[in-house]
Structures are given as structure tokens and as C-alpha cells.
Design a binder for this molecule. Structure first.
Ligand SMILES: Cc1ncc(COP(=O)(O)O)c(C=O)c1O
Length: 366
């Protein structure tokens, strides 16, 4: 029997679902002659703020800029000192670290217990810090206890929500309205992705929202008056329009991801392939479905030979990257083990039941 290929993620069919609307959006924007800012951007910002339950949404060029702009805005407002010490999980994508470096701040790295930063891990930190930057990795919300800890200790907390669009806690509060400010990426592979780079900041703090908007737009108060040192990182109207076309589909897509992940939990049964505890499915939109395998290269090659695509999240942790030489001597055993053994299985909204069955069958056959 010839086995059909199951790709890790194929952006073409995912985006083809919106082709007609996107072409209409493109024609409308093209003929409007207005290519920076304008009604498309405002419309998506309003829709996304309302979706997240946040008062404000500020479109940015990408997720890394969204994070960096939040931190820079807090310095400009005097809410964080220049050189602020930011508590951050060692287990994340490098962008989280980069935003701290770009804002001229210092990262204080903390190992995780299993995936995300926890209140328990934060309580054990004995270095001083000025704020906390958490990450909803793989689409799983950081536990409520972390926000409660920050509140109880009057510490500002920000969230890298680049992977958790639509994730909701037990009280129905969504990613984007749990932290003081949150940074989203709409990189094409995200649960809601643009057709290029795009990002956004959400917050309930009007002053912070205004400062973020200003910094993202050259630090400008009005056309020729610049108050602060800004950057050029605005959400492109075309991407805003494409994102508006995709937003109504996000909840259904997230639901499908959780269904696939639940099926994997129920049926993957192989001592050589470890899963996170099933708690991973709680308050999660499963942006990534991770499994952990010793000698992962052999596992990846085996799945490849069975026609199943995989991905890595990630290969080398940020603190061991050459770019962060100052951290290279640090040891975070859990983060390092997770990075050494992680393999991501296909988990996207277009996977069919037969494909899910095949993924499980091949994983169990390893
Ligand atoms: C956890 C995390 N943070 C930040 C980013 C940065 O987003 P972007 O690629 O849009 O700059 C990403 C995206 O790749 C991410 O996964």
C-alpha cells in the first residue's frame, strides 16, 4: 500500500479557505490607494481587542516588535527602569529573550517545571527583578497562580502570547487580557496567521496603549513632532484585512487542534515516546503538539520514512545560543532536556480522522 504524505503543516490549503475573501480584500485595498494605517488596520484592531476581551489593540509589524515595544513603552512611561531586570522562562523561543535585549534590559532566566513558568518556580528566585515576562508556550496559558503572585507582589507582568491566540482560562478570560500587556505574533504558521509578518499588542491600560502606538509609529505625537525614540513597526493594512477574514474561523480551528491533541493523548501508547502531563490540554489551544523522545533523530527519520512530517520546537535553547554568550555558562536542566528530546507532531485544523489514526499508528509502531 502506498502511504500518502501527512505534512507537519501545509499553509497552502489552510489559506485557500480564505482565498475568495482575501482577493476581494486585496482589490479593495489596492483600489483605495491607502497603504499605511487606515480603516483596515483600525477594524482588525477593534475586532481583535474585542475577541481578546481587552480594551486596546495596537497592530505591529511582527510579534518580536510587539514584545519590544511594550518594554520600551514601559521605560518611556517610567513604569520600568532603563536596564530593568526581567524574569523570563529559559524555555521559550529566542524572540522573548531578544525583546529584552532590544529594550536594553537584562533577562533573569528561570527554569521551568514542565513547560511554562510556574508560581512555584518564581517563588524560588532569589535574584531581584523589576517585572515578569511569561510565555504561553505551545498555546498553553500560563497558570493563573502566576498572575495572582504578580498581583499580590505588585510586580508588572507581561505575556508573550505569540502562540496562544484564543486560549481561555477557567474563568473565561482570554490570552491578551490576563497580563498588563500581551504581544501576539501573526506569523503565517500561528493559529491565526497572516500572509506575511504581522503582530499586535493588547492591553487594558490606556496610557500604555497610547505609548505603544506612538513608539510603533516613529515615536511621533503628530505628523512632524516626535516625543520619544520610536521604531517603524506598523500592521500592514493588507495583513490586517487578511487577519479580519481569518478571525471568525479561529475558535473552530482551535477546537479542532484540541480534539486532535485529545485523540493523541488517548491513543499514543509507546514507552519510547513521552507526552507532557494531560494538564497540557487545559486552557490550551495546542499551537504545537510536543512529544519527547531520546535519540529524536532516529524517531524523526522513522516517521519521515512512514510519510509523516514533524517539526522541532526547538533545537537549541536561547541561553545556549551564540547570540547570548553571556548566558552560555548557565544550566537549566529541564529546559535543556526538553529542547534535546522534543519532536512536534502534525496538529492543525485540516487533519482528517484517518490521518490522526495513521499518526498514532506509526508513532506506536516506533
Ligand atoms: C514564543 C514566541 N515569541 C515571539 C515570537 C515572535 O513573533 P514574530 O516571528 O512574529 O516576530 C514567536 C514567533 O515565532 C514565538 O513563537
Amino acid at each position: 500500500m502506498i502511504k500518502t504524505q501527512i505534512s507537519y503543516l501545509d499553509l497552502k490549503p489552510l489559506n485557500d479557505r480564505f482565498a475568495q475573501e482575501d482577493l476581494k480584500t486585496f482589490r479593495e485595498i489596492y483600489s483605495s490607494g491607502k497603504f499605511i494605517g487606515g480603516e483596515w488596520v483600525t477594524q482588525f484592531e477593534n475586532e481583535y481587542a474585542s475577541y481578546c476581551g481587552a480594551s486596546h489593540c495596537i497592530g505591529t509589524g511582527n510579534g518580536l516588535d510587539a514584545l519590544t515595544i511594550i518594554l520600551k513603552a514601559e521605560i518611556a512611561l517610567g513604569n520600568l527602569p532603563v536596564n530593568a531586570r526581567i524574569l523570563v522562562p529559559a524555555h521559550t523561543y529566542i524572540a522573548t529573550f531578544l525583546s529584552i535585549a532590544h529594550a536594553g534590559m537584562q533577562a533573569i532566566l528561570v527554569d521551568v517545571e514542565a513547560l511554562n513558568l510556574t508560581a512555584l518556580a518564581i517563588r524560588q528566585v532569589n535574584q531581584k527583578y523589576d517585572a515578569i515576562l511569561v510565555v504561553d508556550l505551545y498555546g498553553k496559558l500560563v497558570e493563573d497562580e502566576v498572575y495572582a503572585f504578580a498581583k499580590a507582589n505588585s510586580v508588572n507582568i507581561y505575556c508573550d502570547t505569540a502562540q496562544s491566540h484564543g486560549a481561555t482560562n477557567d474563568k473565561g478570560v482570554k490570552a491578551g487580557s490576563l497580563a498588563k500587556a500581551s504581544a501576539f505574533s501573526f506569523y503565517p504558521t500561528k493559529n491565526i496567521g497572516a500572509i506575511g509578518d504581522a503582530g499586535a499588542i493588547t492591553t487594558n491600560d490606556l496610557e500604555l496603549a497610547n505609548m505603544c502606538r506612538k513608539i510603533a509609529n516613529y515615536g511621533r505625537e503628530s505628523r512632524f513632532i516626535n516625543d520619544v525614540i520610536g521604531v517603524n513597526s506598523r500592521l500592514d493594512p493588507l495583513q490586517a484585512g487578511f487577519l479580519s477574514n481569518r478571525l471568525p474561523q479561529l475558535d473552530a480551528d482551535n477546537k479542532k487542534r484540541v480534539e486532535i491533541a485529545t485523540y493523541y493523548y488517548e491513543h499514543i501508547n509507546n514507552d519510547k515516546v513521552q507526552l507532557l502531563s494531560q494538564d497540557f490540554l487545559k486552557n490550551s489551544v495546542v499551537h504545537v503538539f510536543p512529544v519527547y523522545v531520546n535519540n529524536r533523530k532516529a524517531f524523526i527519520d522513522y516517521l519521515e520514512a512512514q510519510g509523516i512530517g514533524t517539526s522541532l520546537h526547538y533545537e537549541v535553547p536561547p541561553h545556549l545560543q551564540k547570540a547570548f554568550k553571556a548566558f552560555n555558562h548557565l544550566i537549566f536542566p529541564i529546559t535543556e532536556e526538553l529542547h534535546r528530546t522534543e519532536v512536534s507532531l502534525p496538529c492543525h485544523p485540516l487533519i482528517t480522522f484517518e490521518q490522526m489514526e495513521r499518526v498514532v499508528h506509526e508513532v506506536n509502531g516506533y
